[in-house]
Design a protein around this ligand. Structure first.
Ligand SMILES: [Zn+2]
Ligand SMILES: [Zn+2]
Ligand SMILES: [Zn+2]
Length: 140
């Protein structure tokens, strides 16, 4: 299915609309917090001859035109989201790797202080907090 928004945004930035870019965007939208490897696996089921560096480059383009955003849920590769989803913070448990989504409003005070005292504009979608989740905390 061709996506008018994708085609339009690509065109505005001087990029070509390609089936591959559509497939990568579809994969990001379908998979939750997918990394480039998962996205490659998904796209490869639909089109042959795609490699990881193509996936990385395509994700960069999609991020540049504002249709996807990434965060890091571990020490490895980035995890991608559609920007059509509501922004949220990620709470990642270091023990069980559970990812909990929390409203960005929780960081409002922190974000406001960084802006006021450092003139710093926070990319809230990129924010991931590591710690021990409720279950793992109790186990200790
Ligand atoms: Zn997320
Ligand atoms: Zn990053
Ligand atoms: Zn845990």
């Amino acid at each position: 299915v061709q996506d008018g928004e994708l085609a339009e945004r690509l065109r505005q930035r001087g990029y070509r609309m390609t089936a591959q870019r559509q497939l990568v965007l579809d994969a990001v939208r379908r998979l939750d917090h997918a990394g480039p490897d998962d996205i490659l696996a998904d796209v490869s089921r639909r089109e042959q001859g795609v490699n990881l560096s193509t996936i990385y480059r395509t994700l960069e383009v999609l991020e540049e035109i504002g249709l996807v955003a990434h965060t890091h849920l571990g020490h490895g590769s980035p995890a991608y989201h559609s920007t059509a989803l509501p922004a949220h913070l990620h709470l990642v448990c270091r023990r069980c790797d559970r990812v909990t989504e929390a409203p960005t409003e929780l960081a409002a005070g922190f974000v406001a202080t960084l802006a006021a005292e450092h003139g710093f504009e926070t990319d809230v979608r990129h924010l991931t907090v590591f710690g021990d989740c409720e279950n793992c905390k109790e186990d200790r």
